[in-house]
Design a protein around this ligand. Structure first.
Ligand code: PXG
Length: 457
């Protein structure tokens, strides 16, 4: 039915009946929704046939690109055999079990269990329940507080938004929930000023120890962070940051939760961001790339330390979702991991694509609007500034980012604006030629933005 409606008709129905996530509905309805109709490889096509190179892999998730027949066939076969059964009441399904075993195979050696969810947000809800239950069982029930970071993103449920450090989310609806405490983020370009990068990294890590001491070490359950902040603007911590954080969580015996929803399953050129940064997480929430975004599935990958307690001391862990371990989603996830392994996609990112993207992306550093170009693995960012020396911004409201994004749309590239920072996270199967195209279109969009601002290129 949808295919038979034209753009105007779809936009009218969309405005009348559909509320979009993270959207000013009034503003959207005034301009009309862009409707993406089909996709192939790294390219999207809207209803008007306009082609876009997808610099965001859908929403940081379509790591294998669009149109992978094996994923479609895995879903169809599983749907035919068993479209649903649950993992409650002493049951599960064959494919759910095989996926759990496969995840344990690719996860760090000390992580051998997984609790399935339907999304990254649900995974982070699970994290809160699990770490608090863990400390209860360890005889330290007063360890309840979870330390998180300003401008971190951990989802949009009550728990996810509370763990996240997005102030504009907290303002809508009395968040965060109790027992969450936020510290500063290791955002050197935005907050480091004249400080040496690694000194700044140490300062930000010290904020964790300071907060632990202020709260009382016996009150702190866990520290949660993304390996690199995605939605916050592709913020890559200074080299000094994670080693210092690792020491602090060990010193106070605090659980380390590494949110791998974006970094997991290859984005950094390693299976997990934790592998890239050499972390030893107690829990890793995952989603997105687990199924290459083809179906919704998430989970929490659990260390032996935590799993032992949950398995042997908990009795019933009173938590779970109808769709925990959904067989069709599990079949697609299992096939996604098979393709990642068989086609050596993670290794290709590490050895070929990520170095190439880095080399090409950093050529944008010479653009008059770009204060910093950075990338790690298959994510990248451009800081838009008025003055490269002082890092002065054009706007504090993200107006320049929005302007640049409009030029991206015009030029057929999906690049996301986070305030005055432009970010990319393309599919992991992008080719070198497609990277060239992505970077050329990013430059063209920067040129358009500069021209609109009256700045010579
Ligand atoms: N953790 C991280 C690190 C994420 O990036 C979630 C948890 C929540 O996952 P779900 O599946 O519940 O959305 C995310 C999601 C953006 C954007 O604008 C980023 C996300 C979601 C929506 C938009 O960059 N990340």
């Amino acid at each position: 039915m949808a295919g038979k409606l034209n753009l105007k008709e779809l936009q009218a129905l969309d405005a009348k009946h559909h509320l979009h996530p993270f959207t000013d509905a009034g503003a959207l309805n005034a301009v009309g929704t862009r409707i993406i109709e089909r996709a192939e490889g790294v390219y999207l096509y809207d209803t008007e046939g306009k082609k876009f190179i997808d610099g965001m892999a859908g929403l940081w998730c379509v790591n294998l690109g669009y149109g992978r027949k094996e994923l479609i066939e895995a879903a169809t076969a599983q749907m035919t055999e068993l479209p649903f059964y649950n993992s409650f009441f002493q049951c599960t399904t064959p494919v759910t079990v095989q996926l759990a075993a496969k995840i344990a195979e690719v996860a760090p050696a000390h992580m051998n269990h997984v609790f399935f969810t339907g999304s990254g947000s649900e995974a982070n809800d699970t994290v809160i329940r699990m770490v608090r239950r863990y400390w209860q069982l360890k005889g330290q029930p007063e360890r309840q507080v979870i330390i998180s970071r300003n401008n971190g993103y951990h989802g949009s449920t009550m728990a996810g938004a509370s763990l996240g450090g997005m102030k504009f989310m907290h303002e809508q609806g009395g968040l965060p929930i109790p027992g969450i405490s936020h510290i500063r983020q290791p955002y050197w370009y935005g907050e480091g000023g004249d400080m040496d990068k690694n000194e700044f990294g140490l300062l930000c890590a010290q904020a964790l120890e300071d907060r632990i001491l202020a709260l009382g070490p016996d009150k702190v359950a866990a520290f949660i962070a993304e390996p690199l902040q995605g939605a916050g603007g592709v913020i890559i911590p200074p080299d000094s940051y994670w080693p210092a954080i690792k020491k602090i969580v060990k010193k106070y015996d605090i659980l380390l939760v590494v949110d791998e929803v974006i970094c997991g399953f290859g984005r950094t050129g390693h299976w997990f961001g934790s592998d890239y940064f050499d972390l030893e997480p107690d829990l890793m929430p995952v989603a997105k790339g687990l199924s290459s975004g083809y179906l919704p599935i998430g989970g929490v990958i659990i260390s032996d330390r935590v799993a032992d307690v949950i398995i042997n001391q908990c009795g019933e862990f009173a938590h779970g979702f109808t769709y925990s371990g959904h067989p069709v989603c599990a079949a697609v996830a299992l096939e996604t991991i098979r393709i990642l392994q068989d086609e050596k996609i993670v290794e290709n990112v590490r050895d070929n694509l990520a170095p190439y993207l880095n080399e090409q992306w950093l050529t944008l550093q010479d653009h008059p609007l770009v204060g910093e170009a950075r990338s790690l693995g298959m994510v990248g960012a451009l800081e838009l500034v008025k003055d490269k020396k002082t890092r002065e911004r054009f706007s504090t409201t993200g107006a320049t980012g929005a302007l640049c994004r409009d030029f991206c749309v015009k030029n057929g590239i999906v690049m996301r604006a986070v305030g005055e920072t432009m970010i990319i996270s393309p599919p992991l199967v992008i080719t070198r030629d497609e990277i060239d195209e992505l970077v050329a279109k990013a430059r063209k969009s920067l040129d358009g933005t500069a021209e609109a601002l009256g700045i010579a290129v």
